[in-house]
Design a protein around this ligand. Structure first.
Ligand SMILES: CC(=O)N[C@H]1[C@@H](OP(=O)(O)OP(=O)(O)OC[C@H]2O[C@@H](n3ccc(=O)[nH]c3=O)[C@H](O)[C@@H]2O)O[C@H](CO)[C@@H](O)[C@@H]1O
Ligand SMILES: C=C(OP(=O)(O)O)C(=O)O
Length: 430
């Protein structure tokens, strides 16, 4: 199993290209199930989750053609991929596949809308929380579907003639359930109004792509999304939006290690709360033509409290990285996690590097320390693993992060991007 070895102490200086967003690419790829025409996605990141979803979609009948053309900047792996689902050949999503990646559960929306029935495994919990699917069940039921749980699977069935548009307000904000309701409602009869919808940029990206395919969606990016059902969708060409979590992660790495880095192919408006928090912690951040520049010279890191929240709040997917940064701050800070009940698995690993963190319920209290010292640590989930890399960049000596497959789910060529900016980071394959 691969490990990442980091020798801490170097500043980061240079340019880091930001990839297309994993969390946008996944629902966009799933949207290809809604049409018999070709959906072409540009700027698709090369990540384990994307590769796995290609296989899963292949089982449902999607033909995937990767066009190997390299994009403008020579070091990008951004790919243009064509997805064509002439007919759905299998409406079952198996436990074996859904348990490997939660987002694959989202095929339930398009399969139900296009075929009128499907059988999709319940995804189960994961390292960060129990992650139930009650909101998906309630939302699709509101569209007229019958949802029965049988032997760990949901058997979903639309009424004769297809799903029926409805008004439904989520009792809690869910990104995945908003994606699924939106996809399902595009082909429903009549109008659907989703209340308390997720406002994440990835929801807007999916709505833009669906509209390019002929859907009639308004309000994405606000709490109320209106979808007028259409009888069919066509193909489209769509560019995956930049990865705001990858952007924030490298911004935090620079704030931690010091230096001066330009993050290319991204957009500061996707993560204003996180960047404002970094400014308060002492980073200098400015927008550039196609991205941003981040610097931290000389001055130390100031303690700042954060509370995670749905967009536009501070993203839970940057919580672990920010906590890593706070371990070196000049005082006491608090990190409160409100989205997932068990997203503090990085705390004990950061402690191995010398961090002082105590937990009380959903709040971590971090007492900044003068120095971290390298140690072997273990990745427990995607964002937790990268928080250990960030800590390792500022730790004295050598840190090795094991279980790197978590990182490969969501960070494209991490070691290369950091090495080019002067960090000592290498992958050790065993
Ligand atoms: C692939 C992808 O895009 N993943 C992101 C997506 O996950 P995901 O879409 O799974 O996260 P949700 O927004 O659905 O989860 C938010 C909260 O709602 C709860 N919930 C959700 C559905 C449900 O039926 N019932 C329920 O109680 C969850 O357990 C969690 O506590 O949004 C999360 C919140 O920004 C991010 O951390 C993930 O990186
Ligand atoms: C939690 C994440 O992903 P997933 O929802 O696929 O588990 C993430 O991207 O941080």
């Amino acid at each position: 199993m691969d490990r990442i070895r980091i020798v801490g102490g170097n500043e980061l200086n240079g340019i880091i290209p930001i990839s297309g967003a994993k969390n946008a690419a996944l629902p966009l790829m799933i949207a290809s199930l809604l049409t018999s025409d070709t959906l072409t996605l540009e700027n698709v990141p090369h990540l384990a989750d994307v590769e796995l979803l290609m296989r899963i979609l292949g089982n449902h009948g999607v033909d995937v053609a990767v066009n190997g053309r390299r994009e403008r900047q020579e070091d990008s792996y951004a790919r243009t991929i064509h997805f064509t689902c002439r007919t759905i050949v299998d409406t079952t999503a198996s436990y074996e596949l859904v348990s490997k990646m939660r987002a694959s559960f989202w095929v339930i929306g398009p399969l139900l809308a296009r075929e009128g029935h499907c059988r999709v495994s319940l995804p189960g919990g994961c390292a960060i929380g129990t992650r139930p699917v009650d909101l998906f069940i309630e939302g699709l039921t509101a569209l007229g579907a019958t949802m029965e749980i049988d032997a760990g699977y949901i058997n979903a069935k639309a009424p004769a003639g297809g799903l029926i548009g409805a008004r439904y307000t989520f009792p809690k904000v869910s990104v995945g359930a908003t994606h699924v309701m939106m996809m399902a409602a595009t082909l429903a009869r009549g109008t659907t109004v989703i209340g308390n919808a997720a406002r994440e940029p990835e929801v807007v990206d999916l709505a833009n792509c669906l509209n390019a395919m002929g859907a009639k969606i308004t309000g994405a990016g606000t709490a109320t999304i209106t979808i007028e059902g259409v009888t069919s969708l066509s193909g489209a060409r769509h560019r995956v939006l930049p990865d705001r979590i990858e952007t924030g992660t490298y911004a935090m790495a620079v704030a931690m290690a010091g230096g001066d880095v330009v993050l290319e192919n991204t957009d500061t408006s996707l993560l204003e709360t996180a960047l404002e928090t970094l400014r308060r912690a002492g980073a200098e951040i400015s927008s550039t033509n196609n991205g941003m520049r981040i610097r931290r010279n000389g001055a130390g890191i100031k303690p700042v409290d954060i509370v995670t929240d749905p967009f536009p709040g501070f993203p839970t997917d940057l919580q672990a990285q920010f906590m890593a940064l706070m371990t070196r701050s000049s005082g006491i800070s608090h990190v409160t996690e409100t989205i997932f009940e068990n997203r503090f698995m990085h705390v004990q690993e950061l402690a191995r590097l010398g961090a002082r963190i105590s937990l009380s319920g959903q709040t971590a209290k971090i007492e900044g320390v003068e120095r971290l010292r390298g140690a072997p640590v273990m990745a427990t989930d995607l964002r937790a693993s990268v928080s250990l890399v960030i800590a390792g960049l500022a730790a004295e000596g050598e840190t090795t992060v094991s279980r790197v497959y978590h990182l490969d789910r969501g960070f494209e060529r991490l070691e290369e991007k950091l090495t080019r900016c002067g960090a000592v980071v290498e992958r050790i394959s065993e």
